[in-house]
Design a protein around this ligand. Structure first.
Ligand SMILES: [Zn+2]
Ligand SMILES: [Zn+2]
Length: 342
């Protein structure tokens, strides 16, 4: 599948990604494990080159990044190694051991590089697939009233599309996203949100499942993976709605669907970043019907059927309980069935 950000082949079918793990980041018998103290500068020019199998330990890649940042005058050489930034691996999954990275398997989130240094990083350090300038805020829509204008990080060089693999009781769900545009959720061995969706679906056996603020689609597609016949995913934020649609296609072999129809594209959606009235972005045909909308959650009820639905409402800021209560009550006053916060 063509990557909507860089045009390359970043996006694969779910099965291909699932088959890669866990071997993808396991070293061969010749791989050299380097473990450095993240609170100190690395020893000068100490990083090793990749093993003959093509892999290199994460700390060697970070020491290489550090050396480049010193060379370009961005670091003085006194910064701690962890100052380089945060690594996001592709594909991401719950990991026990420190990983050995292959080519183009790392998206770097960092506060430091400018565009030209980011370009050098992607050109010189083979493991890096993209460099994103991160800020101390969360990208995308974080406020249910939609009053705060959403912010994004900046993709400085390469491509920041990567996949996370989320385990569910019935098998993994592969979730791609563009990191500069959507807030990050890491896959863990135990995911309480996925578990709460599984428990509700097992108990209620709903005919309809609605993921009201779906992000990149993890909970909604978990519902689809569990076989709910009608699933609706929705987000007000264009990038979330887009990637939910894309991820429906990526995981389609796990659903009872014959066809997938996408009615728009990423660039067109970016022109209307925050949804209001429901717009159908994509849908499937076949025994299982999955629809993806971009809408303000307060307007979504207009496309929800009158029969009972199970709704999951995964608000960004659950610590604001008064707001969560208001949203659930507002939703339940318009929609039949049961709603829960995961
Ligand atoms: Zn790409
Ligand atoms: Zn090796």
């Amino acid at each position: 599948m063509k990557c909507p950000v860089c045009g390359d082949d970043c996006v694969r079918e779910a099965r291909e990604i699932i088959d890669m793990i866990p071997a993808v980041f396991a070293g061969c018998k010749d791989c050299r494990m380097t473990i450095l103290d993240k609170s100190l500068p690395p020893p000068k020019d100490s990083y090793h080159e990749a093993c003959s199998c093509g892999r290199r330990s994460l700390d060697d890649v970070f020491a290489h990044l550090y050396t480049l940042l010193v060379r370009e005058g961005i670091f003085t050489g006194k910064e701690a190694l962890r100052e380089v930034g945060s690594p996001l691996l592709h594909p991401g999954y719950p990991m026990v051991n420190p990983p050995f990275l292959l080519k183009r398997s790392l998206v770097l989130l960092s506060r430091h590089p400018d565009k030209s240094v980011a370009r050098m990083i992607v050109d010189e350090i083979p493991e890096v697939r993209g460099v994103v300038r991160a800020g101390k805020y969360v990208p995308g829509v974080t406020d249910t009233s939609l009053k705060k204008p959403p912010r994004t990080y900046a993709l400085l060089a390469g491509c920041d599309v990567r996949a996370n693999v989320f385990p569910t009781t019935i098998g993994p769900v592969v979730i791609y996203q563009q990191h500069s545009a959507i807030h990050i959720e890491f896959p863990r061995g135990y995911n309480p949100k996925i578990r709460s969706v599984e428990d509700r679906i097992a108990r209620i056996k709903p005919g309809w499942f609605v993921d009201v603020c779906c992000g990149a689609g993890t909970l909604g597609l978990t519902g689809a993976r569990l076989g709910v016949p009608h699933v609706i995913l929705n987000d007000a934020w264009y990038a979330a709605a887009f990637w939910s649609a894309y991820n429906t296609r990526v995981n389609s072999e796990f659903f009872k669907v014959d066809d997938f129809k996408m009615y728009t594209d990423y660039a067109s959606m970016a022109k209307h970043p925050v949804g209001k009235e429901p717009v159908l972005i994509a849908e499937t045909e076949g025994a299982q019907q999955i629809q993806i909308f971009q809408a303000d959650l307060h307007a979504l009820h207009r496309v929800i059927p009158k029969e009972p639905v199970l709704s999951v409402i995964d608000l960004f800021d659950k610590s604001n309980q008064a707001n969560s209560g208001r949203v659930i009550r507002g939703w339940m006053s318009q929609v039949n069935g049961e709603a829960f916060i995961p």
